[in-house]
Ligand binder design. Structure first.
Ligand SMILES: [Zn+2]
Length: 249
């Protein structure tokens, strides 16, 4: 006989599953990881973006959807319980994280390992750094914002704004690859005139007094649609970027 629905739902809720692959983890198994350990592993993003979250690639605004998702994962305050296969894939210390998992079970899932909590976007490494990027010595920006004056830029317009507006004028320092996989925030700024539009961008820049912000305005040739791209480097990367851009103005 089939069990009543509520009972079955309750049963599912009681089970603990791997926060990466969703396979069941029985007590006292598993490995307990911090948000930093998970989101800084390109293998994690390779996995989720080709499994549970593969639908994102088909969305009309996949670049910005990916950005929202990356931000959400980096903001996770709770530790992550993962299975043995996923812990190995993420390359963490199995002995230490396995020990943390045992404490977590014992504490009624309340224990949090050292270093737990949300991390800044600069801690995210969604894509493997290619040799070309290592060689160029340019750090990746941690955030990219693209604003349209009175319209919401499409993925194609975002790509052009980055390539033509940012990469081409700074060929010695920037490559297209540097911007792959970075959270991109796409937004519309309602503005009747260019002056108002530029004013609203200045306000965004003022929110990053300690960061290095590179901005560029780009207008689409056919439609004359105005867009602004902001690339933001934070922390140590901001210092390196500042020096690079001072050398190649
Ligand atoms: Zn797993």
């Amino acid at each position: 006989m089939k069990r009543p629905l509520l009972e079955r739902i309750f049963d599912i809720r009681r089970k603990t599953v791997c926060d990466v692959c969703m396979n069941e983890i029985p007590e006292p198994d598993g490995f307990l990881l911090t948000t930093r350990q998970v989101v800084s592993a390109p293998a994690y993003w390779d996995y989720v973006l080709s499994h549970q979250l593969s639908y994102i690639e088909d969305l009309p605004n996949s670049d910005s959807a990916r950005g929202v998702l990356i931000e959400k994962q980096a903001n996770q305050s709770n530790p992550w319980i993962v299975c043995g296969k996923c812990a190995q894939m993420l390359g963490v210390d199995l002995r230490e994280t396995g020990e943390y998992a045992k404490q977590w079970w014992k504490s009624g899932k309340r224990f949090a390992p050292p270093g737990s909590g949300p991390v800044p976007l600069s801690a995210v490494r969604a894509y493997r750094v290619s040799e070309q990027i290592d060689f160029s010595g340019t750090p990746r920006p941690s955030q990219v914002h693209v604003y349209g004056r009175g319209f919401f830029p499409s993925d194609e317009q975002v790509r052009q704004a980055i390539d033509i507006g940012l990469v081409e004028p700074h060929r010695e320092i920037l490559t297209h690859d540097l911007f792959c996989g970075i959270p991109i925030q796409v937004d519309l700024k309602p503005a009747d005139t260019r002056e108002i539009f530029i004013g609203s961008i200045e306000r965004v820049k003022n929110q990053h007094p300690k960061d290095f912000v590179l901005d560029s305005m780009w207008s689409e040739p056919e439609t004359l649609n105005d867009m602004v791209v902001l690339a933001i480097w934070e922390g140590a990367a901001a210092e390196v970027a500042k020096q690079l851009f001072a050398k190649h103005p």
